[in-house]
Write a protein that binds this ligand. Sequence first.
Ligand SMILES: Cc1cc2nc3c(=O)[nH]c(=O)nc-3n(C[C@H](O)[C@H](O)[C@H](O)COP(=O)(O)O)c2cc1C
Length: 302
Amino acid sequence: MVSTARAGGSDPAAIAGLVERTRALTPRPFGVNFIVRSDDSTPPDPMCFEMAARGATAVELFLWAEPDPKLFDAIHRDGALVICQVGSLETALAAERAGSDVIVVQGVEAGGHVLGTLGLLPLLCDVLDKVKVPVLGAGGVSSGRAIAAVLAAGADGVRVGTRFAAAAEAQAHPIYQQALIAAGAEDTVYTEAFSVGWPNAPHRVLRSCLEAAQRYQKGEIIGERLSLDGTRIPVRAFGVGVADRETTGDVAAMPLWAGESVSGVADIQPAADIVRELSEQAEMLLRTFRVDTMNVDSASDC
Ligand SMILES: Cc1cc2nc3c(=O)[nH]c(=O)nc-3n(C[C@H](O)[C@H](O)[C@H](O)COP(=O)(O)O)c2cc1C
């Protein structure tokens, strides 16, 4: 996904440029992701959504606010699908009513910012019972086993985040990637601590980065990163910027976003290998599951 955070938030020309660059890099479908906040004093310019919808296959909304059906209509008119990531049944139903084409259900196990408080399976089961549009499961999914479980529950697919932060192509800083490899599922925390520039937004990070950040005063400069316009800007303690390859300073004290799925990160792998490994494992498990189910059925027929 092209992230609006990296596109400078609310700059339609920057989004159009990123979409054009992505188009030039791949003939495949791609999406543009927007975080929709109710507390946003400067919500994205409507032109941002227009630029995204004209060039991308899908516009994805990380829904921290009531979905606006007029926005969905405008995205559809410009030719893109709407995907909504939600953290509650209530928002899933509102997203479907507003015209979302796909719903991503995010569980509290997820890495990065976290929309709700329920675990993926209880929320997913509730949503699957009540909505008709395709549903994907997100949060804690980093193995073929987890994918097979989500698909067996009735979802149409999964969204995987943390595992790809450790992909060879990811821009994540090497210190961040090594911390992901070293961590297990119990090494993440759900917190609101990284809040400079974005308060009241729960998220999940590695516990190690929270402990390292606690050595600093909130807002203290702990490093530098590259902004979109090419200038270097300060990184502040408890800020929300991701530690990418251009970041310098105390990277270990910056928010190292990670889901409980971090247990599935064992190595730096090309993204294609991760996709292949996950889908092959999941297919094998689902095939075994189907054969076992058929055996149970035929045994009960005897
Ligand atoms: C490093 C990182 C950055 C993320 N950035 C975004 C984002 O910009 N927009 C968004 O909708 N979700 C974002 N997410 C959340 C994912 O969409 C997804 O819900 C989550 O990664 C799923 O859980 P998992 O990390 O356990 O796979 C991010 C997650 C991670 C780990």
